[in-house]
Design a protein around this ligand. Structure first.
Ligand code: ADP
Length: 232
């Protein structure tokens, strides 16, 4: 039964991945064909090339995400654990995304509770956090508030990403961590998401022996909490 389930899972994954790859490919070809048939002026060509590059970037992001997921899933690869100070890591992630929050006039802040250093795979953990903060920016309207908090809880280290965004309905809360799952397919697609971000974040945290908790209320906001053992 377990084998049967994993084959079914694999088939679903291949079907979903092909579907996701086909959409930007179709858009890329259509844009090229229209330009070849209709464009006359250099400006028209330039616009078409720009649109094609955007689709190519989308493909690139998708393939990168799939690769990250595959690598993180290959359990046999040991984690490259090094001392990571959570406040520093969080600060770097937030600064790299600040421009996106600024564009939406959002208040993006970091709160840290002293030095919290643990042994972690910095690349994987950064990736998880990047996806959570990126989502918080994406799914929070202009002028909203996003707060990233690092703290210690008994023997655990905790990173919370809280937003005042659209929130996630209770029946969707488990599903958003599935690969390719998007609550609002059309809207999320326009923002460039393929529904892989949370699947990657969860896997990255689980590989550290931790987990992600989600508290959310529709219309009020969401809180994603990464919990890691601080004893490593
Ligand atoms: P995507 O690439 O679509 O962002 P994710 O796996 O990161 O994929 O997220 C899956 C879905 O979960 C998103 O499409 C969105 O509907 C929902 N979601 C994720 N983060 C948030 C958030 N902070 N607030 C509201 N909805 C969210």
């Amino acid at each position: 039964q377990r084998l049967e389930n994993s084959f079914a899972e694999l088939r679903r994954f291949a079907a979903d991945a092909s579907h996701e790859l086909r959409t930007p490919l179709t858009a890329l070809r259509a844009e090229g064909e229209v330009a070849l048939n209709n464009a006359r002026e250099p400006e028209q060509f330039r616009q078409s090339i720009g649109a094609m590059l955007e689709e190519a970037q989308r493909l690139q992001d998708l393939v990168d995400s799939l690769l990250t997921l595959a690598r993180a899933e290959a359990d046999q690869q040991p984690l490259n654990r090094v001392p990571v100070e959570l406040g520093t890591l969080t600060g770097e992630v937030v600064e790299s995304l600040r421009i996106l929050a600024d564009e939406k006039q959002q208040y993006l802040t970091v709160e840290t509770d002293g030095d919290i250093t643990l042994a972690a795979d910095a690349t994987l953990l950064r990736h998880a956090l990047l996806n959570l903060v990126h989502n918080a920016i994406c799914y929070t309207p202009d002028g909203g508030r996003i707060t990233v908090r690092c703290s210690r809880r008994d023997r655990e280290a905790v990173i919370e990403v809280a937003d005042t965004g659209e929130g996630i309905a209770p029946e969707q809360q488990a599903k958003v961590f599935e690969r390719f799952y998007r609550v609002d397919k059309s809207r999320s697609r326009a923002e460039g998401g393929a529904g892989l971000g949370l699947a990657i974040a969860r896997l990255a945290v689980e590989r550290h022996g931790g987990w992600i908790e989600l508290e959310s209320e529709l219309g009020k906001g969401s809180l994603f909490r990464i919990v890691l053992s601080a004893s490593h």
